[in-house]
Design a protein around this ligand. Sequence first.
Ligand code: FES
Ligand code: FES
Length: 155
Amino acid sequence: MAKVELKINGVQHSYDVEDRTLLVNLIRDHAQLTGTHVGCDTSQCGACTVHMNGVAVKSCTVLAGQADGAEITTIEGMAKNGKLHPVQQAFTECHALQCGFCTPGMIMAVSGFLKDNPKPTDEEIYHGLEGNICRCTGYINIVKAVKQAAKTMSK
Ligand code: FES
Ligand code: FES
């Protein structure tokens, strides 16, 4: 067993977990934050993306023990004071989702990516979305949403 102490969305948590527990399972099963999804068992889909110490990571590729002392942000922590994060707002306005299963991971990946590259080219957006799979939308509106969010965030 491992003791893991971490902050999730600004709230301090402490859990005893098995050594093999993945961060995504800690978030979903222990912290009960089920907006972070599991869409594969091959680290390919990106549905599990969260921010760990400000960096977007696939939480199915991180052991819970590796997140000891970390600050985690999940999709539930993105809206502030009742106001959607600009990436959430852009996904809503650009109709960048259908079933919504991939959406939390997309939003976490895109918001992380825009921090590093606030004015991405189309090519850079395609590259930035490579780790996240959507089975519904065809990506066109997702790319539109990324562009809109980039504009809003750079104002
Ligand atoms: Fe993590 Fe698919 S569940 S990449
Ligand atoms: Fe359905 Fe992306 S909106 S998987």
